[in-house]
Design a protein around this ligand. Structure first.
Ligand code: NAG
Length: 126
């Protein structure tokens, strides 16, 4: 399961296109240019003079959407309400996305029921 993302990661490494960040080595006080970590991973260890950044996959229920140098992945903090359905689950690169159930529309943070037309009437279109 780690195989495909790892190959992708290697391909990106060799293309040399990945973003970097400035990091000051805690021990030597030396300023270093470290490589950022790809989406779905975070910085387990910052780079040192001898070693590139160590990236690790986000744990369960956490994500990073972009190239980053976060020391922790973000928590999937979107919780679907009772009138909502989950349209996109939380995975290593995306937060959860919720939508109002059928028959409801969203107003501010709430899902409001559409009103029904009484029999014999309809929506007037201007
Ligand atoms: C994570 O979810 C997003 C949005 O639903 C999707 O585009 C992406 O392919 C998913 N990634 C993985 C690794 O499943």
């Amino acid at each position: 399961w780690m195989f495909a993302p790892f190959l992708l990661f290697l391909a990106e490494l060799s293309s040399g296109s990945q973003p970097t960040y400035q990091w000051k080595d805690v021990v030597t006080k030396e300023k270093l240019t470290c490589q950022q970590c790809p989406p779905g991973t975070f910085v387990a260890q910052h780079c040192t003079r001898d070693r590139q950044t160590l990236c690790e996959p986000c744990p369960e229920l956490h994500y990073t959407q972009y190239w980053n140098y976060l020391e922790k992945c973000r928590y999937c903090n979107v919780i679907c309400g009772e009138k909502q359905v989950e349209v996109q689950p939380c995975n290593s690169t995306h937060n959860r996305v919720c939508q109002c159930q059928e028959g409801y529309y969203s107003e501010m943070e709430f899902c409001i029921r559409h009103s029904e037309c009484p029999p014999g009437s309809g929506v007037e279109k201007l």
